[in-house]
Design a protein around this ligand. Sequence first.
Ligand code: ASP
Length: 344
Amino acid sequence: MNNTSILVIYTGGTIGMKQDPEDLTLKPFNFEQIVEEVPELRKFGCRIDSYTFDPIIDSSDVDADFWIRLAGIIEEKYDGYDGFVVLHGTDTMSYSASMLSFMLENLEKPVIFTGSQLPIGVPRTDGKENLISAIEIACAKDSDGNAMVPEVCIFFDSALMRGNRTTKYSAEEFKAFVSPNYPTLAEAGINIKYHLPFIYGHGERGKKLVVHKKLDPSAAIIKIYPGITSAILENALKMPGLRGIVLETFGSGNAPSGEWFIKSIREASEKGLVIVNVTQCMTGSVNMGVYATGMGLKCAGVANGHDSTTESAITKLFFLMGQYSDNHIVRQQFEINLRGEISK
Ligand code: ASP
């Protein structure tokens, strides 16, 4: 056995669920039972410890407190392990991976999220291969002994992706996640092939990990659609306590051009609401200079979300609003590439 050590943090999700014979619903079981289902874990040449969340949750119940706990565990155990694997439900995995990427500054060790579409106990499960490869990636070092992937990632169906670039793409296929605007970081075939030029964090080393545990979830997502009424938009922008909005717009960042629309956005922005523009399209980027309808938003004070996913944009707002009480700074910081989440 070599001296590499990995901590598997089990939070819940389908990967660790079993069918309850009484009501036939899927219910979580504990990590020791996962090891029984995947005896290969005992054959790894490294030390694998586990930490189980109490309670184990379906990822639909993820919230700011969950992220703070998860980041806190990684902070507490950081010096004792070479890498971390987080077993998490697929439904909100992209949100959690995005959020952790912002919370963990100067990360020099891998934090690999994975899970599965089928529970680990069923014969055709995708959970075994996802878990085993995620652990192997968390163990991987370069020739200088540094972590190969010092990033928060998602490993799923043979692909390693930057966490804050992913989105859940299928409720059915084993390929549950895609990284539409950024190349995969590695692919697992007979060998695991790392695409080093795309992997973040190989720059300056030796900085101390900073774990940001103040989050402010006073932001919402508004998806624009043809037919949206002024009453709906105005009321949404006036939600009490609201500090930020992720506006999911059409195409390259366009929205209705009617005066009522731009006026509502401008007034909300002038009152200090941070409004950020991301596209509803799966690929591509916001460019508010292309069409008059996009330009209207820019002039009304809307920030450019570039090619950010919605998952990354909303968690980045929670993170920035937790760091800064001044919404002008939040707006300014939002347009900056913090953890490789936007191409800029
Ligand atoms: N509902 C589950 C969860 O996200 C789905 C899954 O893990 O695939 O926790």
